[in-house]
Design a protein around this ligand. Structure first.
Ligand code: ADP
Ligand code: TZD
Ligand code: MG
Length: 569
């Protein structure tokens, strides 16, 4: 029996929260301990939920969010009041933006004092602070409402477009007691929290009719499609229709990147020339140029499969919306092919093939080079060769050049194995995502990190070592944000704006915590170290020395980066 429970006929808030989570199949909590949730975490651990203690709540939150994405079930992050809660909020907001189901559970201070702003320890009106960034935010104020509160949080995180939910636990409800029998009866096991949502027959027919008359059809796969686990049906649909496809970053591997119908190496061409585009769980946001010229044809027509009706027409006209869950929608489209056959015209396929062959030649030349010091192509080419031999590995990635070049070079063979900065392009997901992938998938993880990107969550390598997780961190160390040769134009000798330490030995940080560290300067040594690290199944970090001059400012996002044309006055 826990210290928090003194009478067998009574239970308390601590026990009810843990029991409610367990009843709903929660198996891990990611968090940072402190007032008022320390004993809640201990009790969760005692009762069989795995607790992963982090060094910063943002990383714990990112771990919960990506666990939600990989599992199709909310991940749980638990934090202390005010500052701990706010650290977790970055991850909660990122989860909501990306459609990852997670629940941030935070302890909070005395309501009466907080609401009169009388200055409590870690005082903050957390529920209201969370609202603009969360899909939903709830506060449980009575011990008998814990079951309902947890059930509502799970349902809100999972139903419709998934997202981040905030659940506020004022400290006072945790030790509050109630009758054990009534407490048990107050818990709710959620039934069917993400019900199928079947699109109308007419919507399916409309979409197929548009595809059937297309001269240059294209399918875009987004992370909503990966999340919905449609790999079997979408493959059959694409192979039956022979329509070329493009994966968004986290949809890589839903169809293997090496599939002959992938148009990834003819991306600009197919976007500009496609006359009918079917979006499958991908939004027409900045990542797709809002669906507008010059990236897209002015007169292109769109089919969009999405669970959220409000997404339709958000950036441009959608001729054929298919509103429903993607698994049901794709199944119906597939079935519909028997009465409305669709075949991509051969001349379209041929022109894409020609373009792909040309680009492949250019890439082969780039990849054959062995520059010293290393550039991004040579280094990430080595990573990609190792990943090809480890299709089971999960790839986490963040940075700018590191991210952009890596996304193009590292082919994925399996769905939901690429986890990256997503819709916001947020730095700081690296170690949290890597930890959750290792914990939930029991597979090797390779985190491909820019040196700046790594810094946002770098202290979590202690967490990786403490739990002895099979994570290899590969740092593309070019001594800076984008590049390492920035100049301080004032001439006062202080480092430039994007400059970091090019000689930093990140590998020694890993060694300090008991993991294995490598520093490499050639692609051969990188490949060799990475093979050894992955095979070891133990924490490792490879510091890859990259030329400080080779990066592009803002990576592939140069267009979004305003610069002054005026000389300093
Ligand atoms: P990407 O960044 O890969 O383009 P987005 O996050 O922009 O992907 O888009 C994913 C879309 O998928 C969102 O609009 C979301 O509503 C939708 N979505 C997520 N899960 C499902 C599902 N199970 N069924 C249908 N649509 C979904
Ligand atoms: N802060 C946060 C939370 N997210 C961001 N995206 C940024 C800052 C700005 N930013 C980028 O967009 S990429 C990046 C930053 C700081 C780092 C790029 O440097 P890197 O990668 O070393 O990680 P490369 O390989 O040197 O380009
Ligand atoms: Mg860098």
């Amino acid at each position: 029996m826990s210290e928090t429970q003194t009478d067998a006929t009574l239970t308390d808030g601590f026990n009810l929260v843990v029991d409610a989570l367990k009843l709903n199949g929660i198996t891990e909590i990611y968090g940072v301990a402190g007032i008022p949730v320390t004993d809640l975490m201990r009790l969760a651990q005692e009762k069989g939920i795995h607790y992963f203690g982090f060094r910063h709540e943002t990383s714990a939150g990112h771990a919960a969010a990506i666990s939600g994405y990989m599992r199709q079930y909310p991940g749980i992050c638990m934090t202390v009041s005010a500052p701990g809660f706010l650290n977790g909020m970055v991850a909660l907001a990122n989860a909501t933006t990306n459609g990852f189901p997670m629940i941030l559970i935070s302890g909070s201070s005395d309501r009466a004092i907080v609401d009169l702003q009388q200055g409590d320890y870690e005082e903050l009106d957390q529920m209201n602070a969370a609202k603009p960034f969360a899909k939903a935010a709830y506060r449980i104020e009575r011990v008998e409402d814990i079951g309902i509160g947890v059930a509502r949080a799970i349902r809100a995180a999972l139903s419709g477009r998934p997202g981040g939910v905030y659940l506020d636990l004022p400290a006072a409800i945790l030790p509050a007691v109630m009758d054990a029998g009534k407490g048990a009866a107050s818990l709710i096991q959620v039934v069917d929290p993400a019900p199928a949502s079947i699109p109308a027959d007419s919507a399916v027919t409309r979409a197929l009719a548009l595809l059937a008359q297309a001269k240059r059809p294209l399918v875009i796969l987004g992370k909503g499609a990966s999340y919905a686990r449609i790999e079997k049906d979408i493959r059959q649909f694409l192979e039956t229709t022979n329509i070329p496809f493009l994966p968004m970053s986290m949809a890589k591997g839903l169809m293997p990147d090496t599939h002959p119908q992938s148009a990834a190496t003819a991306r600009s061409k197919v976007l500009a020339e496609a006359d009918v585009v079917m979006l499958v769980g991908a939004r027409l946001n900045w990542l797709l140029g809002h669906g507008k010229p010059p990236q897209w044809a002015e007169d292109g027509q769109f089919i969009q499969l999405d669970i959220d009706p409000v997404e339709i027409d958000s950036n441009r006209k959608i001729e054929a919306p298919v509103v429903g869950d993607i698994a049901s929608s794709v199944r119906l489209l597939l079935e519909g092919l028997s009465s409305m056959p669709v075949k991509a015209p051969q001349d379209w396929i041929d022109s894409i093939e020609a373009h792909k062959a040309e680009n492949a030649k250019k890439m082969a030349t780039r990849l054959a080079a062995r520059p010293v010091p290393l550039n991004f192509f040579a280094a990430l080419g080595a990573v990609s060769r190792v990943v090809q031999d480890h299709p089971e590995a999960y790839i986490v990635s963040e940075g700018a050049n590191t991210l952009d070049v890596g996304r193009n070079l590292i082919d994925m063979a399996l769905p939901r194995h690429r986890l990256d900065v997503g819709t916001w392009g947020v730095m700081g997901i690296g170690m949290g995502f890597a930890i959750a992938a290792a914990v939930t998938q029991k597979a090797p993880v390779i985190a491909v990190e820019g040196d700046s990107a790594f810094g946002f969550s770098g202290m979590e390598i202690e967490t990786i070592c403490r739990y002895n997780l099979p994570v290899t961190v590969v740092i593309m160390n070019n001594g800076g944000i984008y590049r390492g040769d920035d100049v301080n134009r004032s001439g006062d000798g202080e480092p430039g704006v994007t400059t970091l330490s090019a000689t930093a030995r990140y590998d020694m940080m890993m060694e300090a915590f008991g993991g294995k560290g490598y520093t490499v300067t050639t692609s051969e040594d990188l490949e060799c170290a990475l093979r050894e690290a992955v095979a070891s199944g133990k924490p490792a970090l490879i510091n890859v020395v990259i030329d400080i001059h080779v990066g592009t400012e803002s990576g592939h996002l140069k267009k979004l980066n305003p610069s002054t044309a005026q000389a300093a006055k």
